[in-house]
Design a protein. Structure first.
Length: 294
């Protein structure tokens, strides 16, 4: 009955694994709902900020603000990669790392020097393993990122851009389209380009109508305050969308693992029952044979 005992051990092991993956799926589902709420809550403010900057933006004003400076050639760029601190999320982190590697390769192939900033243990561990020098790392950002977290990530890069030490800044994050669609995306954060209006947005924001603002004290003073807010808000939205994408990917991965464990249990139980039936049949045959011999 050695085979039967072995199968029983495997069945017990798979049952334990299924309990763990089902629990993780439930936890990820709960966290996903809160993460989705943060993504939705961040959109109205971002849309309103985008609308104001799009209305105030002009070529004349662009020449006065360092964050709008368009360098003739990008000689040095900063890349901010957002990954998670934990795994068990399918190919979520692998896709982000792949996108960051492709972006860095494109920039370096055009002669641009790249400094890489990484958020999350998964991205940090990978680039340290391959021997890539990192300008900075952060592993203290939770799955509930705040505006202060975004400011801490991008403020120094904004200062470097204003001082001319950087010519461009990119962020690589998971764009949250839906629970099942969170593609790895690279976005140029600096220099700030004129935002494009999106027509027919909810609430009339970005409806395509240019509003006549009363500017106090003036457009220059307002833009000097709004432009850093716009950059920080872009990074904040990348953080919350990546957090939501991580929970969605983890829920999907744990659901698939739970389903696979159930299928494996069915196969193991059938195999165990067949082995047990075969052993019982053999024992009966031996008893009958012995009785006939007597």
């Amino acid at each position: 009955m050695a085979k039967g005992r072995e199968l029983k051990g495997r069945i017990k092991s798979v049952e334990g694994t299924r309990k763990i993956t089902r629990t993780m799926e439930m936890v990820a589902t709960s966290k996903l709902k809160r993460a989705q709420d943060r993504v939705v809550a961040a959109r109205p403010y971002a849309a309103a900020l985008t609308e104001v900057i799009a209305d105030l933006y002009s070529t004349e004003l662009a020449a006065e603000f360092p964050l709008l400076r368009q360098p003739p050639k990008v000689e040095r760029a900063g890349v901010l990669l957002l990954t998670s601190n934990r795994g068990l999320a399918g190919a979520f982190n692998s896709n982000l790392i792949r996108e960051a590697r492709a972006l860095v390769a494109r920039l370096e192939s055009s002669g641009t020097e790249v400094e890489l900033h990484v958020v999350g243990r998964k991205g940090t561990g990978y680039f340290r393993f391959v021997g890539r020098a990192l300008a900075s790392t952060r592993t203290d950002i939770s799955d509930r990122p705040s505006a202060q977290d975004a400011a801490g990530l991008v403020d120094q890069m904004m200062s470097d851009f204003i001082a001319g030490r950087l010519d461009a800044v990119y962020v690589v994050y998971a764009k949250f389209n839906s629970v099942l669609s969170t593609p790895a995306t690279s976005l140029a954060v600096l220099p700030v380009a004129r935002p494009e209006r999106k027509a027919n947005q909810v609430g009339g924001v970005g409806s395509g109508v240019v509003r006549d603002y009363i500017l106090e004290p003036n457009a220059q003073a307002i833009l000097s305050e709004l432009l850093p807010l716009y950059v920080r808000n872009t990074v904040y939205r990348a953080l919350v969308e990546t957090a939501a994408g991580e929970q969605g990917a983890r829920r999907t991965a744990m659901k698939n693992a739970t389903d696979n464990a159930g299928e494996m249990l069915n196969v193991l139980r059938r195999t165990y029952n067949r082995a047990r039936q075969a052993q019982i049949t053999q024992e009966i045959a031996e008893i009958v044979g012995g009785a006939e011999a007597l």
